[in-house]
Design a protein around this ligand. Structure first.
Ligand code: SF4
Ligand code: F3S
Ligand code: FES
Length: 248
């Protein structure tokens, strides 16, 4: 059964903006992105929204619904009552380009700062062998669709622009952890994680894990094991003594 829903949608650009009220038709089975598209078609033809697959797989339609980081295409209207006012705003952590579209280039910059997979120099293609358990660990992390909702929600950068230079965010700390735990990767990524990409700023609040649409256990399976590896390395008495003696 259809009904008319009340929507508040943020409109503006980097110079400022405000919430606009709309009343818009909703049909059974629709998601928030359907309603935004109907707004474009009927009332606000220049409303900017980024989307692509409408299937929760491209990671483009990230925004905030009632203040919570969400994929617009995976947020069912049936999760709200007909009386609810539904507020749609752009991701808060990234600069707005227009309306619901943000500039997520921070994330591409962080991705570039992580050295790529580094197998042993003498290992030839076809000779790569690894245990199934290691394959499965990487596969979980590789489900990431780069929606950047975890990056958006993490309090370390959400309201702290000044932390952005020194914090890669959960998605990219997870990438470092994936490679650090990869049995065929020979690069040591522990100092990179701790000293350059801000692993120590993560205080395992797990908000990133809560918003991940792929249900990746970012905190438990990537960030905490990475913290353990850093602690073993930095606070191992033999490593400490070696550093004292040989790295003066
Ligand atoms: Fe999105 Fe999850 Fe990937 Fe973060 S880890 S970018 S929330 S899919
Ligand atoms: Fe941020 Fe996730 Fe850590 S939300 S504080 S990266 S557990
Ligand atoms: Fe692709 Fe929503 S449009 S994830």
């Amino acid at each position: 059964m259809g009904y008319d829903a009340k929507f508040r949608v943020w409109r503006g650009d980097l110079d400022g903006g405000e919430l606009h009220d709309f009343t818009v038709a909703v049909n059974e089975g629709e998601v928030v992105l359907d309603i935004i598209h109907r707004l474009q078609a009927t009332q606000a033809p220049d409303l900017a929204v980024r989307w692509n697959c409408k299937a929760g797989k491209c990671g483009s339609c990230s925004a905030e619904v009632n203040g919570r980081p969400r994929l617009l295409c995976m947020t069912r209207m049936s999760t709200f009552t007909e009386a609810d006012v539904i507020t749609v705003t752009p991701m808060r952590t990234f600069p707005v380009i227009k309306d619901l579209v943000t500039d997520v280039s921070f994330n591409y910059q962080k991705a570039r700062e992580i050295p790529s997979f580094t197998p042993p120099a003498d290992l030839k293609p076809g000779d790569y062998r690894m245990k199934q358990i290691d394959v499965e660990r990487s596969q979980e992390f590789r489900k990431c669709i780069e929606c950047f909702l975890c990056q958006d929600t993490c309090h370390v950068v959400r309201d702290h622009e000044e932390n952005k230079t020194s914090f890669a965010g959960p998605r990219f700390l997870m990438r470092i952890a994936e490679l650090e735990m990869h049995p065929l990767d020979v690069a040591d990524r522990r100092d990179l994680a701790q000293d350059e990409q801000g692993l120590g700023l993560c205080n395992i609040t797990k908000c990133c894990t809560e918003v991940c649409p792929e249900h990746i256990k970012i905190t438990d399976n990537a960030l905490i094991p990475m913290k353990e590896r850093v602690a073993d390395h930095k606070y191992d008495p033999l490593v400490w003594l070696g550093n004292k003696l040989f790295r003066r």
